[in-house]
Ligand binder design. Structure first.
Ligand SMILES: Cc1cc2nc3c(=O)[nH]c(=O)nc-3n(C[C@H](O)[C@H](O)[C@H](O)COP(=O)(O)OP(=O)(O)OC[C@H]3O[C@@H](n4cnc5c(N)ncnc54)[C@H](O)[C@@H]3O)c2cc1C
Length: 532
């Protein structure tokens, strides 16, 4: 099949990507073709089909562009190294010829971290796909950076272990991408975020040096935390030694309804202050509680009468999306005001681990929640959430197909700032989009706030303008209220300026680190606000 035919095939599937829309590869990258091929045993491509496939990650802005027939900036070439020596050789070619290098995991990032804004060479690390045996005594496993989340979890489960890391993107994200973007799974309150699971890292720095960080715990400075979260700007991860846990013996679910968000947040804070560690903590704000938080019928839960939420989901929401998205979502402030009629906030807790311990912790949390005025809803809401836990994230493209923009913003704040951050971000985003929020990934110090935004506009230009205004307003509100710019999606291009602003003088230290680990500025330039 010709390249053009394949491009039009892709275009018709995605909307309107015109054949031949890609700029030709840059001359300096074409000139390096031989050196790149030599570095990776011939596994290099300059084909338009591959360049188009690697031109984006899952940043919703790309979906807006694709709807308009615009192509995100493609890399000039893609290489598939399979050993650390090969990665090091590619880095040396990039330094020598001054080519941008963009490490690429599975492309599920939602902030444009893998976009080739300066062209250059995409370094796909999926060939680092080894999974070693579990070291049962030390409770760890050696894994290649290119291993996909679901593959790893299934393999571990066969021998009775779990990583405890369940991002909603587990089917389409890689170990290297998790480490690069500081990923968090749905059970992070018990198992920690990915940075808590890393015992040591294997990486090739922007200097071309190969690094294996010493295994924790050990004395002296630890380089791993400097590299984790660097989103391809300092190094390419090739593998990691990760902590594993025995599969849980038991699980206990419990739902509660609180009179307000504040009461629900206070209950979570006190649960953690008591030393309890639920694996899942999810508090839905009132509108999310009314329409989304109740979750559908659990596959194994007792049959309950159709709820308002399921009626909304089955009938109203699709109708709204088809018929009134443009008009209604074009006036989000009105819809956001309507939310004020809802007040109740739903909390889901799940404890897991040794069965007796999970039950005892659940009893303790239940006593506390009841004492704080929570209505006990039993186990059904939690089971319903578990049954559908990967569903909701994949609906975004349908919303975008319906002519809207949709995105999510996950940030975190210490307990004393969480409610203020919620109120301020909600108010700041309200003029631009319909806003929902839930609180999850709770810890002793604070928790994450996960906002969902859906908006629209008169035409594509206005939609994109509102999308950018929304993000600027929401991030500024988050930071000024005491929150951060990301809990687990990373920074990429989307939050680059906000990160630099939030770092204050710390940005000089980050720039110095960049100069040390990547002296020629070849590693993923432009991301995290680091141009070189
Ligand atoms: C539907 C959906 C649900 C999601 N849910 C979650 C969630 O629950 N939790 C969560 O944490 N995230 C979630 N995400 C975001 C995304 O899955 C994470 O950011 C993930 O960590 C990205 O992994 P990836 O392998 O796809 O990385 P990519 O998208 O390929 O890359 C992400 C960034 O990491 C860099 N990078 C990738 N691999 C390497 C490497 N080996 N070495 C150095 N740098 C590298 C890239 O250059 C880029 O900057 C979700 C995304 C989607 C689309």
């Amino acid at each position: 099949m010709s390249t053009d035919a394949r491009l039009s095939g892709l275009g018709s599937r995605w909307g309107a990507v015109p054949a031949g829309a890609l700029p030709p590869p840059r001359a300096k990258v074409l000139a390096a073709k031989g050196a790149l091929a030599e570095a990776v045993g011939g596994r290099v491509s300059f084909s338009d089909f591959d360049r188009l496939s690697y031109a984006r990650d899952l940043w919703p802005l790309a979906l807006l562009w694709i709807r308009q027939g615009k192509v995100p900036p493609p890399p000039d070439a893609i290489v598939w190294p399979g050993t650390e020596d090969e990665v090091a050789r590619v880095v040396r070619v990039a330094r020598d010829k001054r080519l941008a290098l963009i490490p690429y995991g599975a492309g599920s990032g939602v902030c444009g971290g893998a976009w080739a804004i300066h062209g250059g060479v995409t370094l796909d690390l999926k060939r680092f796909d080894s999974i070693g045996p579990v070291d049962e005594a030390r409770r760890c496993v050696d894994v290649g950076a290119g291993v996909m989340g679901e593959t790893l979890e299934r393999k571990l489960n066969f021998s009775g272990w779990t990583l405890g890391h369940f991002p909603s993107s587990i089917y389409c994200s890689s170990v290297g991408g998790w480490i690069a973007a500081r990923s968090a799974g749905q059970l992070s309150s018990r198992y920690g975020k990915i940075e808590d699971m890393v015992l040591s890292l294997r990486a090739v720095l922007g200097t071309g040096e190969q690094l294996i960080t010493p295994e924790r715990p050990f004395s002296g400075p630890d380089l791993a935390p400097l590299l984790i979260g660097s989103e391809g700007t300092l190094c390419a991860f090739t593998g990691a030694r990760l902590r594993v846990f025995p599969l849980p013996e038991g699980r206990v679910f419990h739902g509660f309804e609180f009179a307000s968000v504040e009461e629900g947040l206070e209950a979570i804070r006190l649960v953690f202050r008591e030393g309890l560690r639920p694996a899942v903590v999810r508090l839905y704000d009132p509108f999310d509680t009314a329409f989304v938080g109740k979750g559908g019928k659990a596959r194994h839960a007792p049959v309950t009468p159709p709820s308002l939420r399921s009626a909304m989901e089955r009938s109203f929401l699709p109708m709204m999306l088809r018929q009134v998205t443009k008009q209604t979502l074009g006036r989000p402030k009105v819809m956001n005001q309507l939310q004020r009629v809802f007040r109740k906030s739903r909390l889901i807790l799940m404890f897991e681990g040794e069965a007796k311990r999970a039950e005892a912790d659940d009893r303790a949390a239940t006593m506390l929640c009841r004492k704080l005025g929570g209505d006990d809803l039993g186990e059904a809401p939690g089971r319903a959430w578990l049954a559908r836990r990967y569903d909701v994230s994949y609906r975004m493209s349908r919303l975008i197909d319906a002519g809207t923009f949709a995105d999510t913003m996950e940030i975190a704040a210490p307990w004393e700032r969480v409610h203020e951050v919620y109120e301020r971000v909600h108010a700041a985003a309200s003029p631009y989009a319909f806003v929902l929020c839930h609180f999850s990934h709770a810890y002793a110090d604070g928790c994450s706030l996960y906002f969902s935004f859906v908006g629209s506009g008169g035409d594509e230009q206005e939609i994109e303008q509102r999308y950018h205004q929304l993000w600027r307003a929401a991030l500024a509100a988050a930071v000024s209220a005491g929150g951060n710019v990301s809990h687990h999606h990373g920074v990429g291009l989307l939050k680059a300026q906000a990160l630099q602003d939030a770092l204050g003088d710390g940005r000089h230290a980050l720039a110095a680190l960049k100069a040390l680990f990547d002296p020629d500025g070849v590693m993923n330039p432009g991301k995290l606000g680091l141009s070189s």
